[in-house]
Design a protein around this ligand. Structure first.
Ligand code: PPS
Ligand code: ADP
Length: 448
């Protein structure tokens, strides 16, 4: 069989990238990867352009199916686009969403240089060779070891010459601490265990199915030279009784709420009062002095981050997603971001909520539910009048949708409450949930 002269290439998502790494290390026999729709349609279009016929963009549905079926070899790249592995396809299948998955074997194209504690990485073959002739206990870990787990592990590995600790750092692998902290905590644990130890991070991505996770962990342990009877998923939970140096690593990842990343996200019609409340909230928090604040106001964002975007559904989604991305990064570092776009679509707001959660931040949705009639009466910028006159099309609330949130943490109607009252309600909520400290407000500042 001859390989395609110029195989298609694409960037695989993190979990698939982790599987590729495990397959290159010989832990998995095969990988199963998703073919991006754009890759299939561009293959189909290029066939059509060379005489295959098709729809406007040159690709019919059967042409895209044919194109996916014709992929025999593909180059899989890392996030920067560097090809890391060549896939030789053994099987193809359709996904429920109508896309394609390819299964196959991989060969290396470039050494994987990135990843969590990459310098500690050792392939199983190297570890087995290093400890040849010795009795090796290999223990996958997805949580920091607490005192009880360390005692159990010490007992379980007593009869072994070497203990290889395998912190699982693949996509979605640890729910208690970050992958980096898990490796740090494991390095500390290794020093607390008797006998010879080695720490090797393994990028095993978490599956949906716990049985599959367990089977894969056993496979990882066996690849590294042996498996001991030890609960593969550590029973340790956040708040477990950890030895001091591990406790410090876990605690650093679980700051008290007033130092946790937080996004306060205002949504509401134009003129509802989002910017006014967002600015006042920022000032109140700065006056209290307990947190720094990044304000991502709708108008300012549109000049900076979203210059050039208009008000079509796609442009609004892009604008709000960009705001969410920046806010999530602020939250990732323990900051407080206040956002104030109209954000008319529930899906986009949910996506922002998700991005913030993935960055480890908390998310508070404030619906500024001032009735349209009052927003229109205010009409500070004269835009409602223009929208009514048909001079502006697709104006939110007049000729474009606003999907009322059903998941708001607070609903504030500024036609019946003052700015100070509304901001006071938000401060009360943030304080009740611990994101602001109750004792840091100089009397009378929050409510004048
Ligand atoms: N067609 C249309 N619809 C709604 N709003 C319009 C439109 N055209 C311009 N403007 C002005 O743009 C401001 C809204 O921008 P946002 O970035 O907050 O909107 S969105 O979240 O992307 O939907 C909004 O400002 P605010 O009044 O501060 O909300 C309007 O002044
Ligand atoms: N209780 C209130 N809360 C917020 N804004 C109010 C209130 N009462 C009157 N306003 C006025 O309504 C207007 C709201 O405009 P703005 O804050 O720019 O809204 P948005 O950002 O939602 O478009 C401002 O002129 C503000 O002074």
């Amino acid at each position: 069989m001859t390989a395609d002269p110029d195989p298609p290439r694409w960037t695989v998502p993190p979990a698939e990238y982790d599987d590729v790494a495990l397959a290159l290390d010989g832990i998995l026999d095969e990988v199963r990867v998703t073919v991006p729709a754009a890759v299939v349609s561009s293959l189909a279009s290029s066939t059509a352009a060379s005489g295959g016929g098709g729809r406007d963009d040159g690709a019919t549905d059967s042409a895209t199916d044919d194109a996916a079926r014709r992929i025999k070899v593909a180059d899989l790249t890392d996030q920067e686009g560097t090809p890391v592995a060549r896939l030789t396809v053994t099987e193809r299948s359709r996904t429920a969403e109508g896309g394609w998955k390819l299964t196959g074997t991989v060969t290396p194209l470039a050494a994987r240089e990135d990843g969590v504690f990459a310098h500690l990485h050792l392939p199983p073959a190297v570890v087995r060779e290093r400890f040849a002739g010795r009795k090796v206990a290999a223990v996958p870990l997805d949580a920091p070891l607490d005192k009880a787990a360390l005692t159990a592990l010490t007992a379980a590995t007593r009869a072994y010459d070497v203990t290889v600790l395998l912190p699982l750092v693949g996509a979605g692998s640890s729910r208690i601490v970050s992958a980096h902290a898990l490796v740090r905590a494991t390095v500390v644990a290794a020093e607390l265990l008797p006998g010879e130890t080695l720490v090797v991070p393994v990028p095993l991505a978490r599956r949906e199915d716990p049985a599959e996770d367990t089977a894969l962990r056993t496979r990882v342990a066996e690849a590294y030279g042996g498996c001991v009877e030890f609960p593969l998923t550590s029973s340790a939970a956040a708040g477990g009784d950890y030895p001091e140096p591990i406790a410090a690593i876990v605690a650093a990842e679980h700051p008290p709420p007033h130092r946790q990343g937080l996004v306060v996200f205002f949504t509401g019609l134009s003129g509802s009062g989002k910017s006014t409340l967002a600015r006042r909230l920022r000032d109140v928090i700065l006056e209290r002095g307990d947190r720094t604040v990044t304000l991502l106001d709708g108008d300012v964002v549109r000049q900076m981050l979203s210059a050039g975007l208009g008000f079509s559904k796609a442009d609004r989604e892009a604008n709000v997603t960009r705001i969410g991305f920046v806010a999530a990064e602020v939250a990732r570092h323990g900051g407080l971001a206040i956002c104030a776009p109209i954000a008319p679509y529930a899906d986009t707001r949910a996506r922002v909520r998700q991005m913030v959660a993935e960055a480890g931040g908390a998310f508070v949705l404030v619906h500024v539910a001032t009735p349209l009639a009052e927003c229109e009466r205010r009409d500070r910028k004269g835009l409602y009048a223009k929208a009514r006159a048909g001079l502006i099309t697709g104006f939110t609330g007049i000729s474009d949708p606003y999907e009322e949130p059903t998941d708001a943490d607070l609903r504030l109607d500024t036609s019946v409450m003052s700015v100070e009252e509304a901001v006071g309600r938000i401060v009360d909520l943030l304080t009740a949930r611990g994101w602001l400290r109750p004792d840091s407000s100089p009397a009378g500042v929050a409510r004048r």
